[in-house]
Write a protein that binds this ligand. Structure first.
Ligand SMILES: [Zn+2]
Length: 259
């Protein structure tokens, strides 16, 4: 059921672009990173391992943490929110590293923080990339990845962006391009306060997009919400399938959703 008065997209919105954060994946058990129940608070030693200057000593922790993330994501699969976005055919800019937009069928995904489903070479200049077969353990071999890079022989590492590391330029450029061309820009499950996500909604708005935040717990500070034309403080897993049904004019029971 659509809540009366709630914003809904219409046929005038031809370029819907989503920005997603950990909130859209929370029900998979991946959890969020920030906040009192976030991973960083629960496992401070993990947070310490995420600093790039501690490489390569922290590689075992990184394989353990991100390999586990990849396994949880792979086993759970996408949420109703991921699937609704994919069925809308909308491109996605994501802060998530769980690969669930691609698993849902989204074709254009700008992964601002890299991917836990992929490995790369410790040498940032080396082009090698590989895909994980996530298992459990603190060695790359535990996740189906060779210990050393097949191209140059350096150690391999999870392809997740750590603190103090540059964001992938390709993903950043794609994200900015998508934000500029959007006529409807929808942030889902992200406070949108962390760079570069904090820049994307203002860019979209400056280029004429209607901006919407869908988050069960939107930031209470009005200045953080000011960039959004509409704030929907509801569950994206209900809101987005509603939108998709509305835009595709299908009945409410046409899509069976196991989650
Ligand atoms: Zn290499």
């Amino acid at each position: 059921m659509t809540t009366p008065g709630r914003f809904v997209p219409g046929p005038q919105h031809e370029e819907i672009v989503f920005l997603t954060g950990s909130g859209i994946s929370a029900r998979t058990g991946l959890g969020t990173f920030r906040g009192p129940d976030g991973l960083w608070a629960l496992e401070p030693e993990t947070e310490q391992a995420m600093h790039a200057e501690l490489l390569p000593d922290t590689l075992p922790q990184l394989w353990s943490v991100w390999g586990r993330m990849a396994r949880i994501a792979t086993e759970h699969g996408p949420t109703p929110g991921h699937r609704a976005i994919a069925r809308l055919g909308a491109p996605v800019i994501t802060q998530n590293i769980d690969g669930l937009h691609q698993a849902a069928g989204s074709e254009v995904v700008a992964e601002l923080h890299g991917s836990a489903l992929h490995a790369r070479c410790l040498d940032p200049e080396c082009p090698w990339r590989g895909r994980l077969r996530p298992g459990s353990g603190s060695r790359p071999e535990d996740h189906g990845v060779p210990a050393t890079c097949p191209v140059c022989g350096a150690p391999t590492r999870p392809a997740v962006v750590l603190f103090d590391e540059m964001l992938p330029p390709d993903a950043l450029e794609l994200g900015m391009r998508l934000a500029r061309r959007a006529d409807l820009f929808v942030a889902v499950g992200t406070s949108g306060t962390v760079f570069p996500a904090a820049q994307l909604a203002p860019v979209a708005k400056a280029h004429g997009a209607t901006t919407v935040l869908v988050d069960t717990a939107p930031p209470p500070d009005p200045s953080m919400r000011a960039v959004f034309d509409h704030v929907i403080a509801e569950d994206a897993h209900e809101v987005l399938p509603d939108w998709e049904r509305g835009l595709h004019r299908v009945g409410g029971t046409s899509f069976l959703d196991p989650f």
